[in-house]
Design a binder for this molecule. Structure first.
Ligand code: 0X9
Ligand code: ZN
Length: 426
């Protein structure tokens, strides 16, 4: 009898181990015939419905949450669900427009250009974490007198969250850049590495001045686990990778996990399957907790904080938690926003950026890193940049657009820092 039980136990263990094996070796998720739709929302019932289906995580994926100004939601739908989805829209009178016909085709396109790349690190393809880290090492080795590595902390899966500090002289005002907190927003780390490279190599006087008059603290890939997962398994991954104790869904939105109006005003979700899950408590995600500790420790070393995101073409300032109150220095933040947007619009690409408070121009978002830095560390110049585009490619921005996007970043950043200086913040 005892032996039988032992045998059963062993068999059960083997099954578990086998399952763990298959889980580990799960193939890359494919998105064949997944479509992305722009929905126009006309009332609260419609919005509640779309938010609800957005939580059925393997059938629907909200790419862009409800935007108060355009009344739009962008949502990815699996082909199996399409009939049901269209029926749902019809019954509820929600109008829609297809923006992307086949997500997998765009992902494949991304890879084709990658294969044609020369082999040296550049900005004509998107790189994996190990390649970005190797490049970071080479930069640190090539510029030892002006660069220095810093470590924010460890991710849930034990990866090191690394950053680079670029400093030409003591006493410079500091600017902190956090990038790729959302895993699938690959343009953000591509832009961060390009920006680091420009600060170190550009001979343009305005860029040299930017590089040498400020101390730059830049984390090119903050959500390291999610980023790795977005390359290896699921291109559309957004969150962290920490499993949930009572739910099969994995990860939280790191940009909802900070202790500033955490989970208030429907600016995040308490459902672990939602893309905007706030986590079980502020700082439940090791990455967010590490960033809070690191920023607190170096809070006297920076006065401007910028978080890189995509997509939608916005420069967003606090607050995220309310659209009816604005920070005391909101007029200044708008002036900086205008300078940023105008500089970008003046480039030959003519790309239009909108600016203003997150809750006013985009949607209510609570527990974000930028709002935490603004409210808790009292850094009054704190922005989120949402890069290209408006939804034609969304998160799968073709590699040919990396450099144009980066040129826009540089023009915008020069204007942003100029105006911030003129207004006396730095
Ligand atoms: O929802 C977000 O976290 C950001 N948009 S994204 O599409 N990249 O996910 C916007 C964050 C706004 N930032 C602040 N409230 N500070
Ligand atoms: Zn984002």
């Amino acid at each position: 009898m005892v032996n039988m039980r032992l045998l059963w136990l062993c068999a059960a263990t083997l099954v578990v181990l086998a399952n763990a094996g298959t889980l580990k070796d799960t193939p890359k998720q494919r998105f064949d015939n997944y479509g992305v739709y722009k929905l126009t929302i006309r009332n609260r019932i419609q919005l509640a419905l779309i938010e609800k289906i957005g939580e059925i995580s393997n059938k629907y994926d909200i790419w862009k949450e409800y935007d108060e100004h355009t009344k739009e939601v962008h949502i990815m739908v699996s082909p199996e669900e399409l009939k049901h989805f269209q029926e749902l829209l019809r019954v509820n009178g929600i109008s829609s427009e297809q923006m992307i016909e086949n997500v997998q085709e765009l992902i494949d396109g991304e890879q084709v250009t990658a294969a044609a790349d020369s082999g040296t690190f550049g900005w004509t393809k998107y790189y994996e974490l190990s390649e970005i880290e190797a490049w970071l090492d080479s930069v640190l080795a090539a510029y030892p007198t002006v660069t220095e590595e810093f470590i924010v902390g460890q991710s849930y899966e034990g990866r090191t969250i690394r950053g680079i500090k670029i400093s030409h002289k003591a006493g410079n005002p500091g600017i902190f850049i956090e990038s790729n907190i959302h895993a699938r927003e690959w343009i953000t780390s591509a832009s961060a590495t390009w920006f680091i490279n420009q600060l170190l190599t550009s001979e343009e006087p305005a860029v040299r001045d930017l590089a040498e008059s400020y101390d730059w603290h830049i984390v090119p890939v903050f959500n390291v686990d999610g980023f790795e997962y977005s390359h290896a398994k699921n291109r559309m991954w957004r969150k962290t990778r920490q499993p949930h104790a009572t739910n099969e869904c994995i990860g939280a939105d790191a940009n909802r996990n900070f202790d500033s109006h955490w989970l208030e005003n429907s600016g995040a979700s308490s459902n672990p399957c939602s893309e905007t899950f706030a986590g079980d408590e502020p700082g439940s995600e090791p990455e967010a907790k590490a960033l809070v500790e690191y920023l607190t420790q170096i809070k006297d070393q920076f006065s401007v904080y910028i978080s890189f995101h995509s997509y939608g073409q916005y420069l967003l300032s606090p607050y995220g938690h309310t659209a009816t109150e604005f920070p005391d220095n909101y007029a200044d933040l708008l002036e900086i926003g205008e300078a940023f947007a105008t500089a970008i619009e003046d480039l030959p690409y003519g790309t239009v950026y909108r600016y203003g408070s997150t809750a006013d121009v985009l949607y209510v978002a609570t527990g974000t890193s930028v709002d935490w830095v603004f409210n808790e560390l009292d850094k009054k110049v704190a922005f989120t940049i949402e890069y290209r585009d408006l939804g034609r490619y969304g998160f799968i921005l073709p590699p040919v657009q990396i450099i144009p996007n980066c040129e826009e970043l540089m023009a915008g950043m020069l204007a942003l820092i100029d105006k911030t200086k003129e207004l006396g913040y730095i």
